[in-house]
Design a protein around this ligand. Structure first.
Ligand code: PMP
Length: 437
């Protein structure tokens, strides 16, 4: 086994680092649905990396496009300059996006995309003479990355508690499992509108004239696969419309086919004013993210009324040529292989397979949408998360890569998965869970 363990690489995220020290798990190559480990084992990737490798690993057309691009134009400045790939990718993305979300701003991570969208929202109102509209409303259990913007609007208290006052003027809609568990897991209509009513209360409390935007993941992914109840997103949209508040969907996980459509906005039939995306945009091959905005919003952000505002925003690597090449090749693969539709077609099979785990030891809830699944385990007394982590370790030993978040197993396989591989995921979990303490 590798000795990387001894090096204590500081780049590992905090929690992963603790786990890493306990048990090094080194991946050396990947292809299609499988990783190969440093001891030569094949591991079925039921998590699409970190929700990003939607077309499967090391896809040839994407690899070749990256190789070709790096040999041709390795870099082009993002400011005052452009390159053909950036324009082509932006227009392909705009075609894919619903309604008039036609303006695309390139970033390099979901966290940057969230910061960018929050800035656009505030600047948009300011440019229209609505300078008091600076408050943002997020949601409990929302995850929007680890930048200061993302942890402020995100609903995971432990992610922000060490960092003092962050973005000021943030409120969080209730989304706790205790309140919303049944509603969010089963999509019950009667709860959806009620949960959204809290938004109306917050708007009244602060006065709409102080509120810039609401940001939500249409389906919360990394905090446990929380599926919105029917009517919930629609009601949020209606309240935002009524009060002139922008609605941002964080589609970093749900974008690019995960739910069986290009974006969750389509799936739920609710169109936001902005969307943040990342991950599947380049199939995880290279960092890239994009904010989509309705045309009027983006133009106002960039120019203000009569080009009156002077604003700078952008990143050294915005629209990086290699990322754009990867993005274009990724979109080709999605289109040529019909992967979004494939996810939709496989969803019922995936659902039936997951729900066959009902009654298996420790399992207390099963949720799914498109090719995302959440299997919630009863927490071990006095040691929450230990049970899920033990399941993760045992699954890995058995050749299966899953993600866990709290005591929830999150499954989000690449959209190229075969039915036999879905069976294998479920069979492996059914075998392992009863052996977990
Ligand atoms: N938003 C959502 C909904 C996410 O799931 C994530 C990452 N899991 C992010 C934002 C942050 O993305 P990144 O890690 O690329 O900064």
């Amino acid at each position: 086994r590798s000795t990387v363990n001894n090096l204590r690489p500081f780049w590992m995220p905090f929690t992963a680092n603790r786990q890493f020290k306990a048990a090094p798990r080194i991946l050396v190559s990947a292809e299609g649905m499988y990783y190969t480990t440093d001891d030569g084992r094949q591991v079925l990737d039921a998590a699409a990396g970190l929700w990003c490798v939607n077309a499967g690993h090391s896809r040839k057309p994407i690899v070749e496009a990256v190789q070709k691009q790096v040999a041709k134009l390795d870099y082009a400045p993002a400011f005052q300059m452009g390159h053909p790939g950036a324009f082509e990718l932006a227009s392909r993305l705009a075609q894919l996006a619903p309604a008039d979300l036609n303006s695309v701003f390139f970033c390099n991570s979901g966290s940057e995309a969230v910061d960018t969208a929050l800035k656009i929202a505030i600047a948009y109102h300011r440019a229209r003479g609505d300078g008091t509209r600076t408050r943002i409303i997020g949601r409990e259990r929302g995850y929007h990355g680890v930048g200061f913007g993302g942890i402020s609007v995100g609903g995971i208290v432990t992610n922000r508690k060490w960092f003092g006052s962050l973005l000021t003027g943030v409120d969080h809609l209730p989304h706790t499992h205790d309140i919303a568990k049944n509603a969010f897991s089963k999509g019950q209509p009667e709860h959806g509108a009620n949960l959204a009513d809290e938004l109306e209360r917050i708007v009244t409390l602060h006065d709409a004239s102080n509120i810039a935007a609401v940001i939500v993941e249409p389906m919360a992914g990394s905090t446990g696969v929380l599926i919105p109840p029917k009517g919930y997103l629609e009601k949020i949209r209606a309240i935002c419309d009524k009060h002139g508040i922008l609605l941002i969907f964080d589609e970093v996980i749900t974008g690019f086919g995960r739910l069986g459509s290009a974006f969750a906005a389509e799936k739920f039939g609710v169109i936001p004013d902005m969307m943040t995306t990342a991950k599947g945009i380049t199939n995880g091959v290279i960092p890239m993210a994009a904010v989509f905005a309705r045309d009027g919003i983006y133009d106002t952000f960039m120019n203000g009324p009569d080009n009156a505002i002077e604003l700078f925003h952008g990143y050294t690597y915005s629209g990086h040529p290699i990322a754009c090449a990867a993005g274009l090749a990724t979109l080709d693969v999605y289109r040529d292989e019909g992967l979004f539709q494939r996810a939709a077609d496989l969803a019922p099979y995936f659902e039936a397979a997951l729900h066959s785990l009902k009654g298996v030891k420790h399992v207390i809830d099963i949720r799914n949408l498109g090719l995302v699944g959440g299997i919630e385990l009863e927490p071990r007394a006095g040691k929450p998360t230990a049970r899920a982590f033990e399941t993760f370790l045992k699954a890995y030993e058995a050749g299966l890569m899953i993600r866990t978040t709290g005591d929830i197993i999150a499954l989000s396989p690449p959209l190229i998965i075969e039915k036999s591989e879905i069976d294998r995921i479920v069979e492996t979990l059914a075998k392992i869970l009863p052996t977990v303490e």
